[in-house]
Design a protein around this ligand. Structure first.
Ligand SMILES: Cc1cc2nc3c(=O)[nH]c(=O)nc-3n(C[C@H](O)[C@H](O)[C@H](O)COP(=O)(O)O)c2cc1C
Length: 230
């Protein structure tokens, strides 16, 4: 018997992993970064075989990692966790710096950063587990780390199918997207729509979002939006 609910009790943080091959930079959100040895200081991360970041690490043998703080905005997570670097320069959209090997890492909402040289790549099915020795480690700012539990419970975040911990999309469905202009008039408040994936707020459709609407931040479809009043 496998009860998928059992996996939800595993705890972790949220991190940004980045890599570079030539001028091409890639990065994505993960919740699977973990320290697996102290001497030498060693990190491991599990990355989906279809991620652009995975291909970049396979080719370069290196990655950088940033520990996200609890105040990391959903837009940042939406950009790095729901878009592919194959067609987006994610770093053009946020503050960043480069490590000693010119891999970019996000500096906004980061508590610490690491640079890792991969020593072992393990094929674990849908994902590769990259294990590597830490060559640079630096504290970026003070604050609380963003945990996976906080991301779900407080920020209302979702998990995309490529995440190592995706368990079939069994999270609570978002609220209905139906609304009326009458509702807006009745309350005197402005009706808007919040993307339950990345937090983007769309204003200006009091009668409901168009059927073919897509979130400009994370690409979520209309049914992933919930009605809010501003
Ligand atoms: C909360 C969260 C956790 C995630 N965890 C992982 C993970 O551990 N491993 C992984 O491969 N992808 C994970 N993802 C999905 C990737 O971030 C996502 O597929 C991303 O778009 C890949 O970008 P890339 O193609 O530029 O590499 C996660 C996404 C979110 C939002």
């Amino acid at each position: 018997m496998i009860d998928r609910k059992a996996f939800r009790t595993l705890s972790s943080g949220l991190y940004l992993i980045s890599a570079r091959v030539g001028d091409k930079v890639c990065g994505c959100v993960v919740n699977t970064l973990v320290q697996v040895a102290s001497e030498p200081a060693t990190l491991a991360v599990s990355l989906n075989k279809e991620n652009a970041t995975t291909a970049s690490i396979l080719e370069s043998g290196r990655f950088a990692a940033v520990v996200l703080s609890q105040d990391a905005p959903m837009e940042l997570i939406g950009t790095f966790g729901f878009h592919t670097s194959a067609d987006t320069d994610k770093f053009a959209l946020c503050e960043h710096a480069e490590d000693g090997t010119h891999i970019p890492y996000v500096t906004e909402h980061g508590l610490a950063r690491f640079s890792v040289a991969v020593t072992e790549t393990v094929d674990v099915g849908s994902h590769y587990l990259f294990v590597g020795v830490v060559e640079e480690a630096e504290v970026l700012s003070a604050g609380d780390p963003l945990t996976y539990a906080y991301y779900h419970a407080v920020k209302g975040g979702k998990t995309p199918p490529k995440a190592a911990t995706y368990n079939g999309g069994d999270e609570a469905a978002p609220a209905s997207v139906e609304a009326t202009a009458a509702g807006e008039a009745a309350t005197g408040k402005k009706i808007a729509w919040r993307c339950t994936i990345c937090g983007f707020i769309e204003e200006g459709y009091p009668d409901g979002l168009p059927a073919d609407y897509m979130c400009p931040i994370c690409g979520a479809t209309r049914d992933m939006f919930e009605r809010i009043e501003l």
